[in-house]
Design a protein around this ligand. Structure first.
Ligand SMILES: Cc1cc2nc3c(=O)[nH]c(=O)nc-3n(C[C@H](O)[C@H](O)[C@H](O)COP(=O)(O)OP(=O)(O)OC[C@H]3O[C@@H](n4cnc5c(N)ncnc54)[C@H](O)[C@@H]3O)c2cc1C
Length: 396
């Protein structure tokens, strides 16, 4: 059997290593990715602050995959023909018996005029190269500070990194005794602080509101951003925020490869899946991580989306890989509770958040702010990269 994985990040890499571990040499596993390296994305806010180096966050995909006997194809998937079971790439066609889609999302910088970091008005931490530029801008900002705006506009779904960056900026400015000269505003489409697109996590609303108050971070919720210019962030209700340094989360849409594959994704380009991560119409196609369609738990006055964390993605990929193995062997499929676990880093402390299931009403919720959690997050980065370097996805 030929098993094709698309995407070389949390979802794709985990699925490929797990498939290899379960199936050995009997079946052919290959991974196609438009990038030749894996990036530990959760540390990009640290990279922006200059607390970690770019080279310490990347792994060479060819090296780590081929040492485990998984073929690596450095190419962009252009579209998928689910009837013929073919992935067309920029370098030719790839046939498959089973397919894992782990393409994440495209960053929709067109959602707000001036949002694209290439315009030079605002910075991003959503891709390695953007985070490198954001760090250069941050270094310049420290020499000539002014107002900071961090936020997430209408349609955003990945709110966590924005909160982290706002807290980290506050921490770093206090360390440098510069905080008094920098007003920080957090502007978000969420109906309340730390809603995060999932109705909050336990008492997270009160916890984040308290932290913002203690740290003098002003907030505007239910916000829609109309336009970003070099000097101003203009909201739809007329509020104008001056900014010298800003990072605004881009809304996500599905990648072109899915949008260009009629019948595969929803109108936004995300791929539907059942509780086994199988496509409802094409059971040989599995989808994990950010590429998967997941409906919000409630509608919010200003539209928000549901985030999918690295932890969730890894878990989805393990279950999807098991289910492909079970399908090949003619065994029963497995499902699980889609939980969320994340560490929201503040630069000098961090908050553990756990919710089971991700969307309310829930069976379990855990939320605790701890100094040690900040160091745990750093340790986790090193552990995760070590685990991926050797394909040891069997470990948690
Ligand atoms: C700044 C930031 C901080 C975060 N912090 C945390 C955190 O602290 N904890 C946490 O749990 N999660 C965090 N997340 C979320 C986490 O990064 C994502 O959940 C995770 O990256 C999702 O993995 P994925 O494999 O689904 O998609 P992605 O990581 O988006 O990877 C998609 C992969 O597919 C490839 N690809 C895309 N299109 C194609 C194509 N057409 N052909 C071939 N390859 C393609 C891409 O190059 C990439 O390798 C953070 C996210 C961001 C942006």
């Amino acid at each position: 059997m030929k098993i094709q994985v698309i995407g070389g990040s949390f979802g794709g890499l985990t699925a490929a290593f797990e498939l290899k571990r379960h199936l050995g040499k009997k079946h052919e596993i290959s991974l196609v990715c438009d990038q030749d390296h894996f990036v530990f994305i959760p540390s990009l806010p640290w990279l922006c602050m200059g607390w970690v180096k770019e080279k310490d966050l990347v792994l060479d995909l060819k090296k780590i995959l081929e040492s485990k006997g998984i073929k690596f194809i450095h190419s962009e998937a252009k579209n998928i023909d689910p009837e013929k079971r073919i992935v067309s790439t920029s370098d030719g066609e790839l046939a498959y018996d089973y397919l894992v889609i782990a393409t994440g999302a495209a960053l929709n910088f067109d959602a707000v005029p001036g949002l694209n970091p290439k315009d030079g008005f605002t910075y991003s931490i959503f891709m390695l190269e953007y985070a490198v530029e954001a760090n250069k801008a941050w270094e310049r900002f420290l020499k000539d500070p002014g107002p900071v705006v961090i936020g997430a506009p209408q349609g955003a779904s990945c709110f966590g990194p924005a909160y982290e960056l706002a807290f980290m900026i506050d921490t770093e400015l206090r360390r440098r005794k510069m905080r008094h000269s920098v007003p920080i505003t957090f502007v978000t489409s969420e109906p309340y602080l730390s809603h995060m697109g999932i109705g909050g996590v336990g008492k997270s609303r009160r916890a984040i509101e308290d932290s913002f108050q203690e740290r003098d971070i002003k907030s505007i919720t239910n916000a829609e951003i109309k336009e970003i210019t070099k000097e101003e962030i203009r909201l739809k209700d007329g509020i104008i925020l001056k900014h010298e340094f800003s990072m605004i989360v881009p809304p996500f849409r599905g990648v072109d490869a899915i949008i260009n594959s009629p019948g595969l994704g929803n109108p936004k380009g995300f791929v539907p899946a059942d509780e086994f991560y199988r496509h409802p119409k094409y059971p040989e196609i599995f989808t994990v991580g950010v590429a998967m369609a997941l409906a919000p738990p409630e509608s919010t006055p200003v539209p928000t989306g549901v985030p999918k964390t690295g932890f969730m993605t890894e878990h989805m990929a393990k279950i999807a890989a098991k289910n492909i193995v079970a399908s090949i062997k003619g065994e029963g499929l497995e499902t699980h509770s889609l939980d969320v676990f994340c560490v929201l880093d503040e630069g000098n402390k961090a908050t553990f958040m756990y919710a089971s299931p991700t969307l309310p009403p829930r069976n379990k919720v855990f939320l605790r702010e701890m100094k040690l959690a900040h160091y745990f997050k750093k340790l986790f980065e090193r552990y995760f990269l070590w685990k991926m370097r050797y394909g040891l996805t069997r470990f948690p």
